[in-house]
Design a protein around this ligand. Sequence first.
Ligand SMILES: [Zn+2]
Length: 404
Amino acid sequence: MDSVEPFSRTDPLSSSSSSSITYQGQPDQPTHRHETTNITTVTEKSIPSDLGTLQSKPSQPMRDTYPLTSFGLQKRGFSEKYFTIHSWLEYSIQRDAVYCYPCRHFGETISSHEQIFTIDGFRNWKKLGEKLKKHAESQYHMKNNSKYALFLQSKKDGTVLDKMSSSSVELVQKNRDYLKIISDIILTLSLQGMPFRGHDESDDSSNKGNYKEICELISRHNTSFSESYNKYFNLSSSGIQNDIINNAGNIIQSKIIGEIKECGAYAIMVDEARCFKEQQLSFCVRYTKKLEIEERFLGFVECSQQRDVSSLWTLIINFIDKLGLRNFPIIAQAYDGASVMSGRNGGLQAKIREIHPEAIYIHCMAHRLNLAVVDSCNDIQGLKSFFNNLEIFYLCLFPSPVKP
Ligand SMILES: [Zn+2]
């Protein structure tokens, strides 16, 4: 139900001394006092301040006696019985007069005839019953009374805007709850190192892959999730999965960078890695956090095109710039023993030391151990066969990507 805009006068009720009345809600119309001469009295009169406001209700003060006024030989006054007959009726103690609450607040036009119950106040007690009945049956009053009823209803039920707003808040909350579960599924699969997609993700597939199978499992037990999952836009596309993974990665990366900045210096560990047809640099850092050593992976840098010293140096420096770590000193660097990385004069380590002279080079301990083990095994035939067979088993169970 729509709200009813009351036809209110600026501050008509809070200041009985105000002699100027203005009208709101009709910006394209001049105020009535400029339209008709008989309304000029409006500006000269004020409405009593003891009448009801829009926030309250009609003012109906109950008194043992009301002031009496002489009508010829008789004295008459207001009677509270009229409150029972007309619920919209108001009585002003200040002016000893009655008013109509709906017409005061919702009346759109003011004529001399109508203003008796809206501005002047009616106090001809001798004809009160008759005049109230006539007013109650007038088109003007009935229209305003309907507006008042709608106003009360909208206050009780809330406006259309309120309802739309509350429904929108519920929808947003529901979508957020759904996204939380979707994100949790993605993070869990990532943590476990499990593949997301299946070979056949069509509706009639018997195995749609880990991601969709888990979504369907939750759908079977959670009605709210099921409703969102079965909609056309259900965040299950591979593009959105990647977006969520990237966003999670960015959050983790920012946290690590914050810790490095707090530490003030860091060491880098870079090695080449292959991903299908792409050659990548894996970029890791070491730093201290409350005197504990932290070792973190920060990202892959694609280096398929060129892998000479200058290209690798440019890629690493650009990556460090992108992370916002350019102004923080690198105090150590660790690579494998390949000359392009570890060369004392023309290697990557020498290029890094040109701008970070403190960055001592350390031949990666894991690579050194690997070299020592391989050399030892090559001299012992039994061990050589054992490791060869082990590698064959490994390649059989976890096939490596195709090498170009
Ligand atoms: Zn009325």
